[in-house]
Write a protein that binds this ligand. Structure first.
Ligand SMILES: NC(=O)c1ccc[n+]([C@@H]2O[C@H](COP(=O)([O-])OP(=O)(O)OC[C@H]3O[C@@H](n4cnc5c(N)ncnc54)[C@H](OP(=O)(O)O)[C@@H]3O)[C@@H](O)[C@H]2O)c1
Length: 387
């Protein structure tokens, strides 16, 4: 069956749109039909630069258009809640930039608005859609005890002759029960005065802007909220410039989070179990000229290096052909993310199963809940319990 493309309208003309518009235009099943700015001139300049048919003055005017099926909200964080609610009301699907909002209460309202309007909502946290992240998801299934007696007994009788068993067998290590998670995301960037990241009223500060990634990784690996967090911050005027935090989870799991605007570029994590740890030095977005790599260090000292299956033997230049060979493609996480949203829009909710977007909604809501608790801990200068 052939489908007409899902037509996106873009709200905002800032830095991220330069990259994401190209991704929207090059993802099969998606197109960009309009872009809106507070200024008609800026909308026209941006539409002309990207080859977009309609330049629109005003975000509400874009939402009223019939040639827009979905919106990409690329505005400062303080505006995500308002324009997501307005988009849902207008019956448009939503791809919303991170951090999703200023508080978990806002995120809950955004998800509820999308569900009640029966439109799809997805936050633009692209690393969650990378093929490498699927490897992490698979490896995280090996956090059980080393020798599961029920499974071992079942193996003898070949009762577990199913897909999950063979996947498990294919993983050459076990993490063992999770013990510690650590995520650090920062970059040293003295923003220009007007940048929204330097203004608390626009949702600025490193906690929301970069803590979104660190907290998101910790939630991704743990799958749950911590019991207690304690955070300290270095302030720059009214905004948080750097955060260092610890967390305690169920069982004996702990986590450390770091993020900041004044530290060398870091996009690292370590997921440590009793038997092995996963290490990745660019989880938010693979370094431009390197494959999407990660490592597993076993307790014995043995080290496994991984790249995702589609990037095995990929040359340094993305999407180029090896000598005499067929073109190979790196996993481009933004396009996978957009493709996922397009699929959800076309296919609707599956019958008899949980909707696939629920897990992404819960990840976003929990991430923002952690950021709320970290913010409270910074302000109160004491540990905060999450109930
Ligand atoms: N830049 C990146 O690399 C990057 C990466 C990942 C995620 N993001 C996320 O994407 C969102 C936008 O980031 P950005 O870097 O593109 O920001 P930006 O360059 O400051 O652009 C934001 C756009 O929002 C519109 N806007 C509306 N009201 C505004 C206000 N009061 N102050 C400033 N701008 C206002 C402006 O467009 P008009 O005036 O034309 O309407 C502006 O161009 C943020 O949530 C950010 O976290 C950015």
């Amino acid at each position: 069956m052939t489908h007409s493309p899902v037509r996106f309208g873009v709200l905002g003309t800032g830095r991220i749109t330069r990259r994401l518009i190209a991704d929207l235009q090059s993802t099969p099943g998606a197109s960009v039909s309009a872009i809106a700015s507070r200024s008609g001139d800026r909308a026209k300049w941006s539409a002309d630069s990207h080859g977009i048919a309609a330049a629109v003055e005003g975000y509400a005017e874009l939402l009223a258009r019939d040639d827009v099926d979905a919106v990409y909200i690329a505005l400062p964080p303080s505006l995500h809640h308002e324009w997501t609610l307005a988009a849902c009301q207008a019956g448009k699907h939503v791809l919303c930039e991170k951090p999703v909002a200023l508080s978990a209460a806002q995120v809950s309202e955004m998800i509820a608005a999308a569900n009640s309007a029966d439109v799809r909502f997805l936050d633009a946290t692209a690393w969650l859609h990378h093929e490498r992240t699927d490897q992490f998801r698979q490896w995280l299934t090996t956090t059980g005890p080393q020798e599961d007696s029920a499974k071992a007994a079942a193996k003898k009788d070949d009762l577990f002759d199913d897909e999950s068993e063979s996947d498990d067998e294919a993983i050459p290590f076990r993490l063992g029960p999770l013990r510690h998670l650590s995520a650090s995301v920062s970059f040293p960037n003295p923003f220009l005065d007007g940048d929204h990241r330097l203004h608390a009223s626009l949702g600025g500060g490193a906690l929301l802007d970069l803590g979104w990634y660190s907290a998101g990784l910790i939630r991704f690996a743990s799958g749950v909220l911590p019991k207690e967090v304690y955070a300290q911050a270095v302030m720059r005027g009214e905004i948080v410039a750097r955060v260092s935090a610890t967390m305690i989870f169920y069982d004996e799991l702990t986590a450390t989070l770091s993020c900041g605007f004044d530290t060398s570029t870091r996009k690292w994590f370590e997921i440590a179990g009793t038997d092995a740890s996963i290490v990745c030095d660019d989880f938010t977005r693979p370094w431009a000229e390197k494959p999407a790599r990660s490592w597993v260090h076993e307790a014995s000292g043995k080290v496994h290096s991984f790249v995702p299956p589609s990037e095995v033997n990929v040359p340094a230049e993305p999407n180029s052909a090896p000598e005499g060979g067929v073109p190979v493609h790196r996993c481009l996480q933004e396009r996978v993310m957009i493709g996922t949203l397009v699929r959800w829009i076309r296919e609707g909710a599956p019958s008899g199963q949980p909707a696939p977007w629920n897990a992404f909604h819960e990840q976003a809501l929990h991430t923002q809940t952690m950021l709320d608790a970290l913010d409270e801990s910074i302000r109160r200068k004491q540990p905060v319990s999450l109930g």
